[in-house]
Design a protein around this ligand. Structure first.
Ligand code: NOJ
Length: 688
């Protein structure tokens, strides 16, 4: 077996180039006759393609082996290709979409799910996934909010790290994406431009990628967007100065799908050759699908526009990744069809995703109708009641036929005794799976007219309405909210969806999840987020604006969201009191203890998420009205109380004053503790 250095010494420039290319599987499989069709597009010969470094989008072990064999036997370098796929929330056993998983505020279930997905993927022949996606999002019009952890940079980092740990435990390499600020797409329009001050970028949008670096992910993916006038693959300051040098990332940087040559359409690069020159000089190690490296890398090196030393450095990183995945010793190291069949959709994996699904359901309203008793007289209506495609976008190899619908889930508890008449209507409504994800932006994120009519009709007929709302994003619920007796927001929960929903409806499992994006009252409030800056004219009371108010407000809607970040009810009633701080002052590198008393005063055992926020009251730069700094997920039995403690460190008070200056400033800070970002107890401390 050759060492990496021997490969670097002996490979031709063309062979090196191919290692830096990622092809779609169908390019390799296309017959010579099809060559003029699909392959025309990339203008590459089969001989060039066989040496390819990595391949995306393959369907099963058989196909992976077939493609790998084609490559190895046809290639001159004889280095097996690496296989990657978007395993975002499951491979075949699908767990809730990442936005829902973040709402569990439970890193261990996130880690367990990622590990489970990794084990299935590895048995399926994959070596890397394109996850976690940790883009900060504030605008639910953007279809990809479903794939992120929501609007908080701290939570984004925590959830991203948990995913990386889980994937690693299961043997799969991770790819942190989309670096950077892809989630700031203007007006929520997919692939749109982004424009952010350094202050905003460093304090909000970059934080979760930075945090993920602590877990040493194997890959980072660059994003499609132009940021402040420069498409990401052209941002030397972010790709080299920040990512490589400051953050010390020494793994593989991969572009997004054709994003390198899209620099032409952006109006940033003149032609393909120019694209390759820019991205290579920024050490984007792998070009995904577009062929600019394959066409121009050798020429650029020969002309001295890209140094061979740089190319070797990029190649070394790619080969190190392949070595780690076992590919320098073995063609398809862990692909194992028998194991894949054994573990995928096994009862063990189903129970992991069912637990995750139960923990992801958010109870937004309940006037006491939930949980049901077995004797309750209810019936089920709505488009989504028998829908089996409840996986949402990015389902890898998940299939609707393997999923449990709401009706199936209820029958699993009640047998075939479901009513068609009754006092309580369970209205299963909302988005279909295909309505969110990549390329699924919308200008109107209100509940559809058909769903509004259904809910209103039921209400007018005197029924109690329990709305079970499927969605990949926050929807505007303002129109239906008054007619609902209870609202369960169930996102897309994956394979075990219906069983989890039924368990929550009957109280076999307790709702405990929280929202990680603010839910707007009207689309016109987007972008809307809890950690905003005040203005010189803040509106203190959230009533309607009156002409002549001259305050930062709307004439026709409140400023506040319908449901704030961190919000979600339980079946019980856990109250917080006695907020205490161990010290009113904190100094550099110091720490103090914040404690609060939590008491379960309701009728059931229950879980809650106790959230700690701070506000820097004034500073050399204006600071957000609240920022999440820590949380604790607690389980309290009926009647039980507990003292919850947080360590509040001076480091938690820091912010990027400039991109190289992460500090806290002296002065007063408000410290808040609550069960959502709106209703909090408050104390004040002083940074001295
Ligand atoms: C484009 C998406 O933006 C990215 O997230 C994904 O990983 C790639 N396509 C590959 O499917």
């Amino acid at each position: 077996m050759k060492t990496i250095e021997e490969y670097i010494k002996t490979l031709s420039l063309e062979e090196k180039t191919a290692q830096l290319y990622q092809a779609a599987a169908f390019y390799i499989k296309a017959t010579e006759a099809e060559n003029t069709g699909t392959l025309d597009d990339i203008c590459l010969s089969k001989e060039q393609l066989y040496n390819v470094g990595s391949i995306l989008n393959v369907s099963n072990v058989k196909e992976i082996k077939e493609v790998s064999n084609l490559c190895v036997s046809g290639s001159t370098a004889k280095i097996p290709p690496m296989f990657m796929l978007d395993v975002i929330h499951g491979y075949k056993t699908i767990y809730p979409i990442p936005l829902a998983m973040a709402g569990t505020f439970d890193e261990s279930i996130v880690e367990d799910c990622a590990e489970m997905a990794a084990k299935e993927s590895v048995a399926g022949g994959l070596q890397a996934t394109f996850a976690p996606m940790v883009d900060l999002v504030r605008d639910a019009r953007w279809g990809r909010v479903m794939e992120s952890a929501g609007e908080d940079p701290y939570l984004g980092g925590v959830m991203g790290r948990a995913q990386i740990r889980g994937f690693r435990k299961g043997g799969l390499c991770s790819c942190v994406k989309h670096f950077a600020a892809y989630g700031a797409a203007e007006a929520g329009k997919e692939y749109n431009t982004t424009d952010l001050s350094d202050y905003n970028l460093y304090n909000f949008y970059l934080r979760s990628y930075e945090e993920c670096m602590k877990e040493k992910p194997e890959l980072v993916m660059t994003s499609f967007n132009a940021l402040n006038g420069v498409p990401l693959n052209g941002r030397t300051d972010l790709l080299i100065d920040l990512l490589r040098e400051k953050w010390g990332f020494d793994g593989v940087v991969i572009s997004d799908y054709r994003a390198i040559t899209e620099m032409i359409a952006h109006g940033f690069a003149e032609d393909e050759e120019h694209c390759a020159e820019i991205a290579l000089n920024n050490e984007v190690d792998i070009e995904m699908v577009s062929p600019s490296y394959m066409h121009y890398l050798p020429k650029l090196v020969k002309e001295g526009r890209v140094s061979e030393e740089k190319v070797d450095r990029m190649l070394r990183r790619v080969l190190q990744l392949k070595q780690k995945a076992g590919l320098l010793e073995n063609q398809c190291p862990k692909a194992n069809e028998q194991k894949e069949n054994e573990i995928c959709l096994s009862s063990e994996h189903r129970s992991i995703v069912r637990k995750a699904a139960e923990k992801s359901i958010v109870l937004l309203k309940n006037n006491g109708v939930l949980p049901f008793k077995k004797t309750d007289d209810f019936f089920v209506v709505g488009d989504m009641a028998s829908e089996k495609d409840v996986m949402g976008s990015w389902r890898a190899h998940g299939k609707a036929k393997d999923c449990v619908s709401v009706l199936d889930g209820l029958k699993n508890i009640l047998g075939d005794t479901l009513q068609t008449d009754g006092d309580i209507a369970v209205a299963c409504i909302g988005e279909k799976s295909y309505m969110t994800g990549e390329s699924a932006s919308k200008v109107d994120i209100s509940v559809s007219k058909a769903d509004v009519d259904l809910v209103k009709n039921l209400h007018e007929k005197g029924k109690k309405v329990v709305a079970v709302i499927f969605a990949g994003r926050p929807l505007v619920l303002t129109e239906i909210e008054p007619y609902c007796d209870a609202i369960l927001y169930v996102w897309f929960l994956g394979t075990e969806s219906g069983n989890a929903i039924a368990n929550i409806l009957f109280g076999n499992a307790m709702p405990s999840a929280k929202l990680t994006m603010s839910f707007p009252r009207a689309v016109g409030q987007c972008p809307i987020y809890y950690n905003y800056f005040s203005t010189g004219r803040p509106k203190k009371k959230d009533d309607y604006h009156r002409a002549g108010d001259y305050l930062a407000a709307y004439q026709d809607e409140y400023n506040a969201p319908l449901y704030p970040f961190g919000y979600g009810l339980t079946y019980t009633n856990i109250n917080l009191s006695s907020l205490q701080i161990s010290n009113t002052e904190i100094e550099e590198n110091g720490s103090l203890t914040v404690s609060v008393l939590a008491k379960n005063e309701g009728e059931y055992d229950g879980e809650e998420v106790v959230q700690l926020y701070v506000q820097d009251k004034f500073g050399s730069l204006v600071r957000p009205v609240k920022e999440l700094k820590a949380y604790r997920k607690i389980l309290l039995k009926k009647g039980e109380s507990a003292k919850i403690e947080f360590a509040l460190t001076e480091e938690m008070l820091r912010f990027y004053k400039t991109k190289d200056n992460f500090v806290s400033e002296v002065g007063e800070f408000n410290v808040f503790v609550g069960l959502n970002s709106r209703d909090c107890l408050m104390e004040t401390i002083k940074r001295i």
